[in-house]
Write a protein that binds this ligand. Structure first.
Ligand SMILES: O=P(O)(O)OC[C@@]1(O)O[C@H](CO)[C@@H](O)[C@@H]1O
Length: 487
């Protein structure tokens, strides 16, 4: 039985030398500044600003944003005044880390005015990843996907999206020896799912016409467990053929295996919700269930994380869910400006979409289907300011709360979004995921590769197995992942 927290656990800070959060602030951020500086021929003024940030973020204190900053009021509302004058290491790690990226954009002149206005300091690394041979291989594998049984097709695309989260450029800066790929055979093979609520996710996203009374009659729950599945529609999408669609071979993402000791239906897989939490929990208005309601379409809100080799599988999954009739529309939440090195912006969505369409084969079919869905409004892209807030989602503004409440399910991708969803705290690992997400309006799911200390929703057996595994860094090394759902 998951543990119900009696009180919020302590907030994670970066003030303990040798701890992971401390290392991110003290080592990774300086490395990112150096990486950015080397990626562009910045003029002397920009170089001086980068040097000043390097000194400030490692040895200085948090300073207020410039008086003329376009978003100064917003950051004041996000708690800046309380932290000004304090060491970066003594405020919530989430806040410090998030604020660092805002200051980095100031240093490179991203908000202008001037020649560097709007230039993404992480774009060279993003494009290099998108154009990497591994991406070709992953896209070409899509051609074989249609030959797999339906449940494996759907599971492969879900796991492609899940494990694509490992392709995080900022993460690679300080990860050595554990591989950098996102598919089987790439990097370490001890990857494991520490929680897998896939069945609950598919019960929310059942194909239209599926009996979702609790007995799945359509075989539409392609979870880890053997299950017949619906046929992946390979229909060539209708809609305008996007410009630049030229044929070329590519490969597709593949699902990572569940690792030893923990299986898709293994110990510790807790189907949320936990006790006392229901989809109509506090502050939650009933959301349209599978099949939608008379008042609205079945909508997936996908809160994206990284660009490139994570965003491509995310787009494939959205395209697939639309084709299968599991959703009627999708809202893709991206960042309003460059963030956390890899985080996706609208420009990155367009780059990924063009990469799909130009790849030829099945990848191009997915890309064209998505292009058509964007042009006819079934898919929309949102870049809400709160997506770059240094705060937990518990502090989300009303308009975002209403949007998530109206969705059939909101899926949050990646580690940073998980930290914001559950609260970046030292929760006991067996803390109920349903309880710490009870505030979230509407059903919510997390697809996350573990890259930081926070964790919830594990069973005692799974926690014991992980602690006994001898893998000291199972929380932060990207070798483990989770699929957690609160209906
Ligand atoms: O959200 P992502 O891209 O999956 O991971 C981002 C992140 O969790 O990775 C690092 C921890 O390894 C943190 O600096 C940062 O918060």
């Amino acid at each position: 039985m998951p543990d119900t927290p009696s009180a919020p656990a302590p907030v994670i800070l970066g003030n303990e030398p040798g701890s992971f959060p401390h290392g991110v602030l003290a080592e990774r951020h300086p490395a990112i500044i150096r990486q950015v500086r080397e990626a562009f021929p910045y003029d002397p003024e920009r170089q001086r600003a980068l040097d000043a940030l390097l000194a400030n973020c490692t040895e200085g204190v948090i300073e207020p944003l410039p008086a003329d900053a376009h978003d100064r009021e917003r950051w004041t509302a996000w708690g800046m005044d309380a932290y000004v004058g304090r060491s970066w290491f003594d405020v919530p790690w989430l806040w410090a880390e998030s604020h660092f990226y805002r200051r980095l954009l100031d240093a490179v002149g991203h908000f202008g005015p001037g020649a560097w206005q709007g230039v993404d300091p992480f774009r060279p690394a993003k494009l290099a990843e998108l154009d990497a041979p591994e991406t070709d291989e992953e896209l070409a594998a899509l051609d074989g996907l249609g030959d797999l049984p339906a449940d494996e097709q759907t599971r492969a695309l879900l796991h492609g999206s899940l494990w694509g989260n490992r392709a995080d450029l900022g993460f690679r800066l300080s990860t050595s020896g554990t591989g950098t790929g996102t598919g089987p055979g790439a990097g370490d093979e001890t990857r494991a799912l520490v929680a897998d609520d896939s069945d609950a996710l598919w019960s929310l996203l059942a194909p239209s016409g599926t009996d979702t009374s609790g007995t799945d009659t359509s075989g539409a729950t392609p979870s880890g467990a053997a299950a017949s599945g619906t046929t992946l529609s390979g229909a060539t999408p209708s809609g305008a053929t996007p410009p630049g669609a030229t044929a070329s071979r590519a490969t597709a993402p593949t699902s990572a295996p569940t690792g030893p000791g923990v299986t898709a239906s293994g110990p510790g897989v807790t189907a949320s919700p936990g006790p006392g939490v229901t989809a109509s929990g506090p502050g939650v208005t009933a959301s349209p269930g599978p099949g939608g309601t008379a008042t609205g379409p079945r909508t997936l809100c996908l809160v994206a994380d990284n660009a490139g080799r994570e965003l491509v599988p995310d787009l494939l999954l959205v395209s697939h869910l639309l084709a299968q009739g599991r959703v009627d529309r999708a809202v893709l939440h991206v960042k309003p400006y460059p963030y956390y090195v890899s985080d996706a912006t609208t420009a990155d969505v367009l780059d990924a979409l063009r990469r799909l369409v130009a790849a030829g084969g099945a990848a191009a079919a997915y890309g064209r289907r998505l292009w058509a869905a964007l042009t006819d409004g079934r898919v929309t892209v949102r870049a809400h300011p709160f997506s770059c807030a240094p705060l937990p989602y518990a502090d989300m503004p009303a308009d975002l709360r209403e949007e998530f409440a109206a969705a059939t399910v909101t899926v949050l991708k990646g580690d940073l979004n998980y930290r914001r969803l559950v609260g970046d705290r030292w929760w006991p690992p067996t803390t109920s995921f349903a309880d710490v997400t009870a505030y979230f309006p509407g059903p919510v799911a997390a697809l996350r590769t573990l890259k930081s200390d926070v964790i919830t929703g594990l069973s005692p057996d799974t926690e014991a197995a992980l602690e006994a595994s001898g893998e000291q860094r199972w929380r932060t090394s990207g070798t483990h992942a989770l699929i957690q759902v609160r209906r």
